[in-house]
Design a protein around this ligand. Structure first.
Ligand code: LLP
Length: 425
């Protein structure tokens, strides 16, 4: 019998049934839209946003969903409709927010270490809430663009709190050795220098210590350092209105027992005690926690073959569709959409791309599968489609959003003509 996947919207309504998302069978979706196919649950996305909003309801706050995790227009629109703001890191992401929910422009914060003048101009014109500025040079550029366009820019310095968070080295960002932010010890001087500039408004201070951080403790530690900085600045005459705590709260990519509500409560509590003396606005930028478990990648088994001692299950999805296992040695649970009788056996689940890094799982116990069967890769909603590519000239997957009994295509499958269109001979 199939297991319901705790805290994930994918489940078997009865033993022997295929997996469902909401009231829709993944088999039916695969038949209708083909594979590889990303499937998302609108209900879970709303629930996760609401968890954060409820946890911080006692104070002025704004949940700025990190667009980079999954930037599908339909998902941005759904989140904006529930009051979310957005954390963007490029002009392109801003264009997405403006296309999906122009009314949310005033709830956008712009992060990133390498903003161009054109991107800054676009954001000034759109009237975003604030720029999270990552260097003194960027602040000078922001001041100059704001003066040229006669639009005052609100900014927060992104400080580097020098807090260690236990996560994969590629996605850890809060140490002094990382490229991100400004040394927290340099920040007071920069705020004071800039306080005189009439085109800049010192709106807040921001941090982001990394991603997929499972413990609440480093978030509390970062907030303590930041709130000390805010107090110091207030004493020295710079009053900041907001603290942006960044994103980074991790999920459990392994099967059972993940309690999302408890995790958010724990996270909010760690922050609240560190921010007890701060009465301004709190911004947070969760990406993964909102969208990862709402999404799955459905793939079809093409071949099952043995090489030496190993069995390979070759699917029609590949590293270009979901690169997390190849890039971060990330674990994604994999399950057959419809279970066959028989003992699970260790297999490698791989894609058709021509390199050995193209795998989803190695030596993973998987129930028996045959060519034509469907597999689901769970927790693929964040940094899945968003990091997909056309490597091997593979058109990108289609995406479907499920709401109760209704499934709608939110991104059609790419065609080869889409891929060839920008090229000339
Ligand atoms: N805010 C800033 C400034 C960020 O750089 C990030 C993520 C977030 C918010 C959202 O973090 P989240 O809540 O999603 O952890 N591709 C990697 C993750 C990269 C995260 C980059 N920054 C992965 O697939 O694990």
């Amino acid at each position: 019998m199939g297991q319901p996947f705790f805290s994930r919207p994918f489940y078997r309504p009865r033993p022997g049934a295929p997996l469902y998302c909401g009231k829709v069978s993944l088999e039916a979706l695969a038949r209708r839209y083909g594979t590889p196919l990303y499937v998302y649950s609108a209900d879970q996305i709303r629930e996760r946003l609401a968890l954060f909003q409820a946890a911080f309801a006692g104070r002025e706050h704004l949940v700025c969903y990190a667009v980079k995790a999954n930037s599908a227009l339909a998902i941005l629109k759904l989140l904006a409709g529930r009051g979310a703001g957005f954390d963007i890191v490029s002009g392109g992401e801003l264009e997405r927010v403006l296309a999906a929910a122009p009314e949310a422009a005033g709830r956008v914060v712009f992060s990133g270490v390498g903003k161009t003048a054109a991107e800054i101009d676009l954001a000034l014109e759109a009237g975003i809430l604030a720029f999270n500025v990552e260097s003194e040079a960027e602040l000078h550029l922001l001041a100059e663009r704001a003066r040229k366009r006669k639009r005052r820019a609100r900014f927060a310095l992104r400080v580097n709190p020098d807090v260690f968070a236990d996560t994969h080295p590629y996605i850890s960002t809060g140490l002094r050795e990382h490229k991100f932010g400004i040394d927290i010890r340099q920040a007071p001087k920069i705020y004071k220098n800039m306080a005189r500039n009439r085109w800049l408004e010192a709106y807040g201070v921001s941090v982001h210590i990394g991603s997929q951080i499972r413990s609440a403790e480093p978030f509390g530690a970062a907030m303590e350092r930041v709130s000390r900085l805010v107090e110091q600045l207030a004493r020295e005459g710079v009053a900041l209105h907001a603290i942006d705590a960044g994103g980074g709260l991790g999920i459990d990519y392994h099967a059972a027992g993940f309690d999302a509500a408890a995790k958010v409560t724990e996270y909010a509590a760690a922050m609240a005690s560190a921010l007890a003396g701060f009465h301004g606005s709190l911004l947070i930028e969760p990406g993964r926690f909102v969208i990862a478990q709402a999404g799955a990648l459905v793939a079809r088994v093409l071949y099952v073959k043995r090489n030496g001692k190993k069995t390979f299950v070759i699917t029609d999805a590949a590293m270009n569709d979901l690169i997390r296992p190849a890039l971060y040695q990330a674990h994604h649970e994999i399950a057959p959409v419809r279970l066959r009788a028989g003992k699970p056996r260790p297999v490698d689940v791989v894609g058709p791309v021509c390199e050995s890094g193209d795998f989803f799982a190695r030596d993973r116990n998987l129930a028996p599968v045959q060519p034509g069967d469907l597999l689901v890769l769970l927790d693929a909603g964040a940094y899945g489609m968003a990091q997909s590519s056309n490597y091997n000239t593979r058109p990108r997957a289609a995406e479907v959003l499920v709401e109760g009994a209704r499934a709608r295509i939110i991104r059609r499958r790419e065609t080869i003509s889409d891929l060839l269109a920008p090229e000339s001979i």
